[in-house]
Design a protein around this ligand. Structure first.
Ligand code: HEC
Length: 466
């Protein structure tokens, strides 16, 4: 690396202020790609009680970060190069992180940081996952270190909040928050647990959240205002519903971290789902009442079906060979759900929910959708449908479609997800600001987990732990 050779030949004599210890020439190269993709997000991230590094370092100090233009969501290649050169000046490459001003300046004094940084202390310990990313870069890392484990988590986005809650399904407690996304809409996780994808309705971006730092790592510009989001089972592509006429679905290439295609479909899209076999992405429009089916191998619209009302949440079950059997779909103004046969491409049944036993009806704030949350249990034996009118979830057997239970799940219950072992269902109770955990076998509520404002979309994810 050019910089390193320069440093080792000139030595520290010409730049004495930068290093506390003499630079013994170590065979460590600073990796540009690692800096670009892993370190730069630290400069953009908002930490509670701190100002973002970019706010100050685009203006003051000799550590210079290139400013982002208005609406620019990440540094260009050229800006990244300049940032790399600038940050490198404050680094002594090697595995003693406390020899680099880049690392000691933002680190708390009592944790080994230096006495003063005009920008304050951003990291309370050398175990802080963001600080460790910076230290790994200084030590010459070219890849993130392996996580210590990957665990199942539930993420509840708060539709009226600026945060999303992470729930541990073992303790049924909220164990962390994803912040700095105003109007988070949908969420899904990368199958390997490395990151989460949250649609950001305020910036019109898909925000990639690092599972170990819980910070936004990259924001990818979308073709319009997003709603829900889905990911293929191999983790390679993310599909984003664009809630704007005439209607489209954006495709994000995860490896490239780029928006690679905007697929034209029929109507503004509320929800998009990759089917269980990952062969199709199914997108529903409230405005045109159309279900749009995209072939994920070509990313083209292959068929569409018009229903008699707007398309709300959908869910799917699979045949024994894994291919899609039925689409269960909730509709605007309808208290129940319809069943569409995927091969026949037509509606084959409709289930209307009766009044729930012992529950009063509520009609306030239904937002056009009396039933707005659907899920098929992982064993494929039941389909769950929430009712905002009766504060309940209705459980039907599959394939018979017979109602087998009603469970109270709070005011304005919304979306549903299950743990992979099928033991627990999680439902966002938008009116109670809690997530309900329901034991699937006994069909009883086992926890009410306090979350943020108006919790709606909820998803099971895998999460890498540092
Ligand atoms: C509130 C404004 C502000 C923020 C936020 C801020 N800094 Fe600074 N930083 C300064 C100022 C002012 C200096 C120069 C004075 C000093 O050395 O403390 C400085 C100096 C530095 C230096 C040493 C550069 C030199 O000239 O010697 C480094 C490295 C640095 N900051 C890194 C960071 C990193 C990394 C972050 C984010 C994690 C950050 N700063 C956030 C204001 C800020």
């Amino acid at each position: 690396m050019k910089y390193l050779r320069l440093l080792t030949t000139i030595g520290t004599a010409l730049i004495p202020v930068l290093f506390v210890a003499p630079a013994t020439a170590q065979e460590v190269e600073l990796d540009f790609e690692f800096f670009k993709n892993e370190v730069q997000p630290v400069f953009l991230a908002k930490r509670d009680g701190n100002i973002r590094c970019v706010q100050c370092h685009t203006r003051s100090s000799s550590f210079r970060i290139q400013p982002l233009e208005e609406h620019q969501l990440f540094f260009t290649e050229e800006q990244s190069r300049m940032n790399f050169e600038s940050a490198s000046q404050f680094v002594l490459p090697g595995d003693d992180p406390l020899k680099s001003r880049f690392l000691t300046h933002p680190l708390a004094t009592e944790a080994g940081g230096d006495a003063f940084h005009g920008g304050g202390k951003h990291f309370g310990s050398i175990y802080d996952p963001e600080w460790r990313i910076m230290a790994d870069w200084v030590a010459g890392a070219t890849d993130r270190r392996e996580p210590s484990s990957v665990e199942v988590r539930i993420i509840q986005t708060n539709a009226a909040g600026d945060d999303s809650h992470i729930i541990d399904p073992v303790t049924n407690k909220s164990i962390g928050r994803i912040t700095d996304i105003e109007i988070p809409h949908g969420v899904v996780g990368a199958p390997d647990g490395s990151q989460f994808y949250i649609t950001n309705e305020s910036l019109h971006s898909l925000d990639i959240v690092d599972a170990r730092t819980l910070r936004v790592k990259r924001r990818i510009a979308l073709s319009g205002r997003p709603n829900n989001v889905s990911v293929t089972s191999d983790g390679s592509k993310v599909y984003v519903a664009i809630m704007q006429m005439p209607g489209s679905v954006d495709v994000i290439d995860v490896e490239k971290m780029e928006n690679i295609k905007t697929i034209p479909v029929n109507g503004a899209i509320h929800n998009v789902y990759v089917t269980p076999d990952s062969k199709h992405a199914v997108a529903g429009s409230i405005q045109t009442s159309t279900i749009n089916v995209i072939d994920t191998s070509t990313d083209e619209l292959v068929w569409e079906l018009e229903m008699d009302a707007g398309i709300r949440p959908m869910t799917f079950n699979a045949k024994a060979d894994g291919s899609t059997d039925k689409i269960f779909v909730q509709l605007s103004g309808f208290h129940g759900f319809a069943v569409v046969d995927f091969d026949q491409r037509k509606e084959v049944a409709r289930i209307e929910h009766p009044p729930a036993r012992g529950q009063e009806a509520h009609y306030d704030g239904l937002q056009g959708a009396p039933a707005h949350g659907l899920g098929v249990s992982p064993d494929g034996k039941t389909v769950w449908s929430t009712s905002k009118v009766y504060s309940s979830v209705y459980i039907h057997s599959l394939p018979e479609l017979e109602e087998i239970a009603q469970v109270y799940v709070g005011q304005h219950p919304e979306w549903i997800t299950f743990t992979p072992d099928g033991k627990t269902a999680y439902i966002g109770a938008a009116g109670d600001h809690v997530t309900f955990a329901v034991d699937v076998e006994s069909m009883k509520t086992v926890a009410r987990i306090p979350v943020g404002q108006v919790p709606k979309r909820v998803a099971m994810v895998r999460m890498a732990v540092d």
